[in-house]
Design a protein. Structure first.
Length: 133
């Protein structure tokens, strides 16, 4: 949203902490396989694709606004350094793994946000969006 509003992109700390991002269609597919299957117990349906927060800011720059500035702010004490889900159980028992990469899903999400928030119809009318895991 900061990039769409032409605001500086906030990165906390040194930006080396990692996160995994998942497109909602991948999560829905995983949930459907879990509900329709016979397996019980916890399953991690996240995306193991790992990005540093600085890398995310750079992908957002490339996708939305190459002139966007990155602004570093002090990190919070409770910010986890690494988030990378282990989806081996979902792959093995559900035959599931995410298919939409961050670089593929981000432009779709941006198009949807532009349409919903700014009423911009130039970039298409995709109604999916992304979630973080």
């Amino acid at each position: 949203m900061q990039a769409l509003r032409k605001e500086p992109l906030t990165v906390y700390g040194d930006g080396k902490q990692t996160r995994s991002f998942q497109y909602v269609s991948d999560l829905v597919e995983g949930l459907m396989r879990l509900m329709e299957g016979e397996h019980i117990g916890p399953f991690n349906l996240g995306n193991p694709g790992e990005f540093t927060m600085l890398e995310l800011a750079e992908v957002v720059q490339e996708t939305i606004d190459p002139n966007a500035k990155i602004e570093f702010r002090p990190n919070t004490e409770d910010d986890p350094h690494k988030r990378k889900p282990d989806i081996s159980r979902a792959k093995e028992l559900l035959g599931w793994e995410p298919k939409v990469s961050l670089r593929k899903g981000l432009p779709l999400m941006v198009s949807d946000f532009r349409q919903r928030i700014f009423g911009d119809h130039k970039e298409g009318s995709n109604t999916n969006n992304a979630s973080s895991s």
